[in-house]
Design a protein around this ligand. Sequence first.
Ligand code: 5GP
Ligand code: MG
Length: 179
Amino acid sequence: MNSITVRDKEFVSYLTEDQIQQRIVKLAEELTTDYKDKNPLFIGVLNGSFMFVADLMKQLSIDCEIAFIRLSSYAGMESTGNVKQVLGLQDNVFGRHIVLLEDIVDSGLTMEQTVAFFEDRGPKSIEIATLLLKPESLEKDLSLKYVGFEIPEKFVVGYGLDYDGHGRNLKDIYQLKEG
Ligand code: 5GP
Ligand code: MG
C-alpha cells in the first residue's frame, strides 16, 4: 500500500484523486438540480476546503457566487475555547441561498457554530456540503445534505487537509497509519 510521511507521522493511501473527483462530479450534479436558477452563494471555509471548492466549482455550470471565510477561536475569553469567530465575510447573506463548503465534519461543533452565525443574518436557505464526514464522531444535530464520503474516526491528511500545517498539497487523501 502506498504510504507517505508528513512531518513525524506515517500515512497510508485512503482515497485516490480519481475517487475524489468522481464523487465531486456526483455532488455537482445534485447541486445543479437543487440550485439551478437560485443564484446560490457558495462559501468555502478556509484553509481546508480550498481544493474541494475549486474542483466542485469547476463541475458546476449554474449561475452562482463564491466566497470564502476563515474561522478563528475567540482569543482571551475563558471557557469558550471552541467558539469560533467568522472572519472575512464581505457578502450580504440576507435573502440568499447559502451553501457552506467544508473539508471535514468531525464532532460537528464548528459547523453548528458557523450555521448559527449565518442563520442570524437572514439567509433564504442554508445547507452544508462537506467532502468528508466522520459519523461516529458526530455529536451535533446537524443537517448534512451533501456529503462526499463517510469515513472512520481516523486522522486524515491531503487534498487541503493538513497535519501540523503540512500535507495540504497532496492530491490524494491519506489516513494515519496504526501503531
Ligand atoms: P469539528 O468541529 O467538526 O469537530 O471539527 C472540524 C474541524 O476539525 C475540521 O474543519 C478540521 O479542521 C479538523 N479535523 C477534524 N478531523 C480531521 C482530520 O481527520 N484531519 C484533519 N486534517 N483535520 C481534521
Ligand atoms: Mg475545515
